[in-house]
Design a protein. Structure first.
Length: 450
């Protein structure tokens, strides 16, 4: 299942269930957890994260809010129809005389009821583009929200990748520690045999015992790190604790060359943050037009039809009104609103420049880190081979009585360090490659983490 398809399923799920409260309800509902297979692939880990991570539901809710605001802005284009039904019970005592002077006090408790039913229709005819500007701004903000959701998706994916590579590394380091214990046990047995034969001193046995104890301590640390890495991956996938799975071993690294200029150009075109930034700048430009429209008149019309009376049959009345509202002076409110909108546009564009600089920095760092990781991986592979050859030679010399326990220990420790460095170099390469994909805005292809 492609990442784009997964993204659409997760981020827009709340937008297809209907209008009104249904959107909010679905956005708030956590998706059901999928079963974690015994062997968890990187593709499946990403799938689980996209299905379960709460930050994607937050992004979905933000999209739904932005879409609703577009509809709110568009409502100004349509007629506004209201119905009113009222009943009034009142007295009718006069408070003034016919000529306007004080009336003779004459109050009674007589009262009467009046019923009124009416329907009123209001329609904005022209407002010099204010509502259109509001709709355009809302649509640009929706576009920004969609891009922000894509940013959230990519962040979730890269976090899962890094956590997956971390668990791969932890698994492999446990194996290295296990192999080291096996090697140190073998050396201890050899030292004990040589000591019993009287051809090696007691210190050789003691040294081998210390080396074995240190290796066992390293294994305890490695197993703890493995559990921590598993918890980290569970968190990145947005699932509850699950221990019944293992991850795949990393596939052979595939080196790909990309020039800095090409990588920067791809990032500026594909990074969702840049797409969101462009939409925000467009929204800020339109907001200036919205504010400026308050300098101009608005033309509207209304129609009212009513039935009123104290008893049936009621008396009907109707009226049709055309209105031109002309702003004359508002205490410089509109002027200041326009100034605020222009300042907001300048700030938004400045944020865009900051974003471009940050993207350029991220791409540069990612390329440099990837190149360094690739070189380290090539060196560590050779170092492991050399360390194995050295240990074999030293062990042969020790059996022949031409070497001592210190040399064997040094060779064994060198091999363990070489294997650890090789494991870390592979994980660093995987992480650097994933980070470069994220920096350039590429929807990372997940192929076993290679």
């Amino acid at each position: 299942m492609g990442l784009k398809a997964i993204a659409l399923a997760a981020i827009t799920v709340s937008l297809v269930v209907g209008e009104g409260m249904g959107i909010v309800a679905v956005a708030a509902e956590a998706m059901s957890l999928q079963a974690v297979p015994e062997v968890l692939t990187l593709e499946k880990a990403v799938d689980l994260a996209v299905s379960n991570h709460p930050s994607l539901r937050v992004a979905s809710g933000t999209q739904a809010v932005s879409e609703a605001r577009v509809g709110q802005a568009q409502s100004g284009f349509f007629p506004q129809l209201q119905a009113r039904n009222a009943y009034q019970q009142a007295t009718a005592n006069n408070s003034t005389s016919f000529g306007g002077g004080p009336a003779t006090r004459n109050t009674r408790g007589d009262n009467f009821g009046t019923s009124q039913s009416s329907v009123t229709l209001n329609q904005l005819l022209y407002d010099f583009g204010k509502i259109k500007s509001q709709v355009d701004a809302a649509q640009f903000n929706l576009r920004a929200a969609n891009s922000d959701a894509e940013t959230t998706l990519q962040t979730v994916i890269v976090n899962v990748q890094q956590a997956y590579f971390g668990l791969q590394q932890a698994h492999r380091l446990v194996k290295v520690s296990d192999e080291a214990i096996t090697q140190f046990k073998k050396h201890l047995a050899l030292a004990q045999g040589r000591f019993k034969a009287g051809v090696a001193p007691k210190i050789d046995v003691t040294t081998a015992e210390v080396d074995l104890s240190n290796a066992q301590l390293n294994l305890i640390t490695a197993r703890n790190n493995d559990q921590v890495a598993r918890v980290t991956l569970n968190n990145a996938m947005g699932i509850k604790a699950s221990d019944g799975y293992r991850v795949e071993d990393p596939a052979p690294a595939r080196h790909e060359q990309i020039a800095l200029d090409e990588a920067v150009a791809v990032a500026m075109r594909l990074r969702p943050e840049m797409i969101s930034q462009q939409a925000l700048e467009q929204a800020a430009e339109v907001t200036i037009k919205t504010a400026q429209s308050d300098f101009f008149p608005t033309v509207s019309s209304s129609a009212n039809y009513s039935y009123t009376g104290q008893e049936s049959p009621f008396v009907y009345n109707w009226n049709v009104t055309g209105t031109v509202n002309i702003p004359i002076f508002s205490g410089f409110l509109t002027k200041q609103q326009v100034a605020e909108a222009r300042a907001n546009l300048l700030k938004t564009k400045a944020n865009g420049e900051v974003l471009r600089q940050n993207i350029l920095l991220e791409v540069n760092q990612a390329l440099l880190n990837l190149e360094a990781a690739k070189e380290r991986l090539q060196v560590t592979a050779v170092t492991v081979t050399q360390a194995k050859e050295r240990l074999a030679l030293v062990e042969g010399r020790y059996r022949a009585g031409l070497s001592n326990a210190i040399e064997v220990t040094d060779a064994e420790v060198a091999l363990v360090n070489a294997q650890v460095n090789d494991v870390v170099a592979m994980s660093s390469y995987q992480a650097a490659k994933a980070q470069l994909d994220r920096a350039t805005g590429i929807s990372t292809s997940v192929r076993g983490g290679s």
